[in-house]
Design a protein around this ligand. Structure first.
Ligand code: BJW
Length: 230
């Protein structure tokens, strides 16, 4: 069986990373969703760099949870028959043991130079405008995808959705496109669809099946089920 799993902020919530839209409130008085935009970066680059610098620092203090680990176990069993795509920019899937993770919204631990286009692994802060390791311009930004920018790996994701038997959406609100449309694409191509989420998402009624609960419980139980049915 070929499976595409899409994860969102909910899969990392129990590791201690705030989701975007759950009631955790504001960051320095701002709605996080309005900070994660090209317009915010143009208007106040220091503010946006600080937002990502802080999140990059927090990453070092959190650990993958049972949901990340269960998905790594699934990869170990299914190999290339599992396609894991995440909207998350954290590296908890990798640290949980997954080796093929497609970060459609980029990665917190990567910087992109807007002068030369170079991409670099980055664990430090960016607010001081450090020079790009390739061209030395002070033009690095987080290598993440903001509204109006094109997500990464879209051709490969489309192909995986087209080729799969089952599409599973975990811990995402279904409010942000194109990820929110994966369920429609999958159903349009005759695939089975399953949602695992703490609460109803925007697209809950579109899925063949929806299960409610925390990812650390639902995901390991679902992985057990898949592996037992093989
Ligand atoms: C738990 C849990 C627990 C909690 N267990 N569950 C009008 C109509 C349609 C589309 C558009 C439109 N106007 C504009 C657009 C396009 C736009 C868009 O979608 N806008 C919407 C606001 C309408 N999209 C774009 O611009 C995208 N680009 C694009 O479309 O390019 C065109 C193109 C596409 C394809 C091919 C070619 C061209 C880019 C979108 C970029 C989004 N970027 C961000 C920031 C990334 C960097 C960062 O992290 O800071 O991505 S925004 C933010 O939202 C982030 C997230 O990845 C994304 C999704 O959030 P997510 O993961 O769903 O989190 P939450 O907080 O919303 O939900 C958490 C969920 O977890 C909830 O459901 C909880 O219940 C659940 N949960 N605890 C299980 N313990």
């Amino acid at each position: 069986m070929r499976i595409v799993v899409l994860t969102g902020a909910g899969v990392s919530a129990e590791s201690g990373l705030a989701t975007f839209r759950d009631a955790d409130g504001l960051w320095e008085g701002h709605d996080p969703i309005t900070v994660a935009t090209p317009e915010a970066f143009d208007a106040d680059p220091d503010l946006v760099q600080r937002f990502y610098d802080e999140r990059r620092a927090v990453l070092g203090r959190v650990q993958p949870n049972a949901a990340h680990v269960a998905l790594a176990r699934l990869e170990a069993e299914l190999g290339k028959n599992l396609y894991l795509v995440t909207q998350n920019i954290d590296d908890l899937h990798e640290r949980g043991g997954s080796s093929r993770v497609h970060h459609m919204h980029g990665r917190l631990r990567a910087a992109w130079c807007t002068a030369c286009g170079g991409r670099h692994e980055w664990t430090d802060t960016l607010v001081e405008r450090p020079p790009c390791p390739s061209c030395e311009a002070s033009a690095l930004r987080p290598d993440v995808v903001w509204f109006g920018e094109v997500p990464y790996d879209m051709d490969a994701i489309d192909q995986a959705l087209w080729a799969c038997d089952l599409f599973v959406s975990i811990g995402t609100s279904g409010l942000v496109y194109p990820a929110a449309a994966f369920v429609h694409y999958a159903i349009g191509n005759g695939k089975r669809t399953l949602e695992l989420n703490l609460a109803a998402s925007d697209g809950t009624s579109d899925f063949h099946e929806s299960r409610r609960g925390p990812a650390t419980e639902l995901v390991p139980a679902w992985v057990d089920e898949v592996l037992a049915a093989r």
